[in-house]
Design a protein around this ligand. Structure first.
Ligand code: PLP
Length: 386
């Protein structure tokens, strides 16, 4: 009876909501399910941050509309965090806007710059929201395959000139979901020069910047000369501090780009709950031992899974960052995933859900305890022995 908009017609079922539905159906049938599906940390938010939130709730002023680009003290702590961690300078007043999670900002961002008939340059496989945000703005995503032979970097030289003439945004996400690849300084520098040449905004998604292994810190986007001339970075507390449910992130970078996003948001939402912003100050400014511990937990899980998959004769690349293992299963990933779910009760995400180049891949999220990973490996071994 109610005909939905053509924009809505373009939206695929949200990948992770689908996976969660499958899990619930099996669990309702009494099956035990081990889920490597969604990248949602199982480890609780550090106590110091929860305590800061409790304290913030004693201050009645936090109950009002937050409004604007976010609390000044939180934006200051973001700016100090970039200086300390990445030696990057950000003006807290003009170059930072607080978000209700980075997904919210990423989903709304194309509305600021993209008109119907214009393109966004979207890598695939990728986090689905870049494509979804483009559709909601009436634009057209032009897909850029990320392939292992190219270190999972998009081949910017392959984009036709007529697309480039109408392209407004280039999305990059490193450390990358789902491939777990990290960017090199050279690639980022080339991408920045490319965006300058074609007058394209570089949208950098840094959600996994702090989830890295073996002490090897991934390159920070704004540490590359020229990044702020064309770039906006989306970052978040979600993955670093196990705060996915709190909904807090930020956009930072080029002041003109950031301020336009803030204007759009003023017209849509009324800001991020101030008590959460106060807890965010504690997250970024307090002692960071918990982040170190969190990395150690993922690293142990990564090693168990990678070793186990190798024993099962898979050719698996060891991730240097993110909490994902991107596995080439050498056959159709959707069939592989369905087989694993039906026969062993194990959920992994089919790579195709992130884009056509993920067809022969599946993604494991390391967001379950190591004992579960070990159990899953035993189940997989008996499945393939049969
Ligand atoms: C690549 C990437 N970017 C952004 C997000 C969104 O994170 P949040 O909205 O919790 O900040 C995610 C979440 O899974 C992600 O994988």
């Amino acid at each position: 009876m109610w005909k939905q908009s053509e924009r809505m017609d373009k939206l695929p079922p949200y990948l992770f909501a689908e996976i969660d539905r499958k899990r619930k159906i099996l669990e309702e049938k009494g099956r035990e399910v081990i889920s490597f599906g969604i990248g949602d940390p199982d480890i609780p938010t550090p106590k110091r941050i929860v305590d800061a939130m409790k304290k913030a709730l004693d201050e009645p002023s936090v109950f009002r509309y937050p409004l604007g680009k976010g609390r000044k003290d939180f934006r200051k702590s973001i700016s100090q965090y970039y200086k300390k961690n990445y030696d990057v300078s950000l003006d807290y007043d003009k170059e930072i806007a607080v978000l209700i999670g980075s997904k919210e900002g990423l989903a709304h961002f194309p509305e600021v710059f993209v008109n119907p008939g214009e393109f966004t340059l979207v890598p695939e496989p990728a986090y689905p929201v870049y494509k979804i945000g483009t559709y909601l703005a009436g634009g057209t995503p032009y897909l850029l395959p990320l392939e292992e032979k190219n270190r999972f970097e998009p081949q910017l030289g392959s984009i036709p000139q007529d697309v480039l003439g109408k392209a407004k945004l280039l999305y990059l996400n490193y450390p990358n979901n789902p491939t777990s690849a990290c960017a090199t300084k050279e690639f980022l520098s080339d991408a920045i020069n490319f965006c300058k040449k074609w007058n394209i905004i570089l949208v950098y998604d840094a959600a996994y910047q702090e989830i890295y292994y073996d002490g090897k810190k991934p390159v920070s986007f704004f540490s590359i000369p020229g990044a702020k001339d064309v770039g906006i970075e989306f970052h978040s507390l979600s993955k670093t501090y196990n705060m996915t449910g709190w909904r807090i992130g930020w956009a930072c970078g080029n002041k003109e780009i950031v301020s336009k996003l803030a204007i759009l948001k003023e017209n849509i939402d009324s800001g991020t709950f101030e008590a959460i912003q106060l807890a965010g100050i504690e997250a970024l400014s307090g002692p960071q031992d918990d982040v170190h511990e969190i990395r150690g937990i993922y690293q142990e899980r990564r090693d168990i899974l990678v070793e186990g998959l190798k024993k099962l004769s898979f050719n698996v690349k060891i991730p240097e960052a993110t909490f994902y293992v991107w596995l080439n299963v050498g056959s159709d990933g959707v069939e592989w995933t369905t087989n694993l779910l039906e026969k062993a009760g194990i959920i992994v995400t089919p790579g195709l859900g992130f884009g056509p180049s993920g067809k022969r891949f599946v993604r494991f999220a390391l967001t379950i305890p190591k004992e579960k990973i070990q159990q899953a490996l035993v189940k997989m071994e008996s499945l393939w022995k049969k």
